[in-house]
Design a protein around this ligand. Structure first.
Ligand code: CP
Ligand code: NVA
Length: 310
């Protein structure tokens, strides 16, 4: 296993199953620890947000403080980035002040440019392509709920978006089966699917893309959905709603086709009445609030791994 210290965390593609498991284990250990260490003591982390955020921003700020560090959060538009300073020049400047950068961006390529021009770790807080902190936190939630990961079936119903991409990588690496149900034209990207299929061969998991939500959720342990209109795609709203509704909405009727022990997950924020109805998200099988909480625990484990002392 390569050392985790000092690495960028842009996509789960760059991490082996063993490395992801190590981050999960550290997260569990920190959560239970009565006297948690302060691996970020004396360290400053800059957070840049090009899009809105509630969970990611607050859980990272709290995680950094709980680990003894200092978070500095800035909007893209507040920085010279908003006036055209290049991402590369921003990276060259920030690495002289800070110990790491956590960024939420429209273009995944901007994260790669930050990483290519700074020696300090760069963490993806969501891009158009991936949301790795979310997916790994979701693995923590699933593990805490079921006591295992391998062999479980996650059914994704909806858009093959950034969260779906990161879940495909997490599931295929860690041995969960994942069935994605989406309308034509809204499939996960071919390159991500191919990567997941390659990983699935190694871990023994089954990955598939289907049209029918009922087929995806058959025998599922987890039904997961996300908004139909991700941030930045607002102009496509009408076309998307037409493609997804009513077929891809998670309802109590759809739930009946899954295992009786099946849980509901959503990265949040939810658009109630679109991808999910109140009876499901507020129902007894929903674990969305545990899921939101685990963002904090996972990110503490991740930061502790990337910024270990010594
Ligand atoms: N799930 C998630 O990333 O939420 P925020 O957009 O509120 O950060
Ligand atoms: N797919 C959503 C996730 C939000 C956390 C988006 O990118 O807007």
């Amino acid at each position: 296993m390569k050392e985790l210290k000092g690495r960028d965390f842009l996509t789960l593609k760059d991490f082996t199953a063993e490395e992801l498991q190590a981050i999960l284990n550290l997260s569990l250990k920190l959560e239970k620890s009565r006297f948690p260490p302060k691996p970020l003591k004396g360290k400053s982390l800059v957070m840049i947000f090009q899009k809105p955020s509630t969970r990611t921003r607050v859980s990272f700020e709290v995680a950094i403080r709980q680990l003894g560090g200092w978070p500095l959060t800035l909007g893209w538009g507040e920085m010279q980035l908003g006036r055209g300073e290049t991402v590369a020049d921003t990276a060259r400047t920030l690495e002289r002040y800070a110990d790491g950068v956590i960024a939420r961006v429209f273009r995944h390529g901007d994260l790669e440019e930050l990483a290519a021009n700074a020696e300090i770790p760069i963490v993806n807080a969501l891009s158009d392509l991936y949301h790795p902190c979310q997916a790994l936190a979701d693995m923590l939630t699933i593990y805490k709920h079921f006591g295992k990961l391998k062999g479980l079936k996650l059914a994704w119903v909806g858009d093959g978006d950034n969260v779906c991409h990161s879940l495909l990588l997490a599931c295929s690496k860690l041995g969960l089966n994942m069935s994605v149900a989406c309308p034509e034209g809204f499939e996960p990207k071919r390159e991500v699917l191919d990567e997941a299929l390659t990983e699935a061969k190694k871990s023994g998991s089954l990955i598939e893309v289907v049209r029918e939500p009922v087929r995806a959720v058959f025998g599922a342990d987890i039904i997961y959905t996300d908004v139909f209109v991700s941030m930045g795609l607002e102009k496509e709203r009408e076309r998307r709603i037409k493609a997804f509704l009513p077929k891809y909405q998670v309802t109590p009727t759809l739930f009946k086709h899954a295992k009786s022990t099946c849980v509901f997950m959503h990265c949040l924020p939810a658009h109630r009445g679109e991808e999910v109805v109140d009876d499901v998200i507020d129902g007894s099988q929903s674990i969305v609030w545990e899921q939101a909480e685990n963002r904090l625990h996972l990110q503490k484990g991740l930061l502790a791994a990337l910024f270990q002392k010594g």
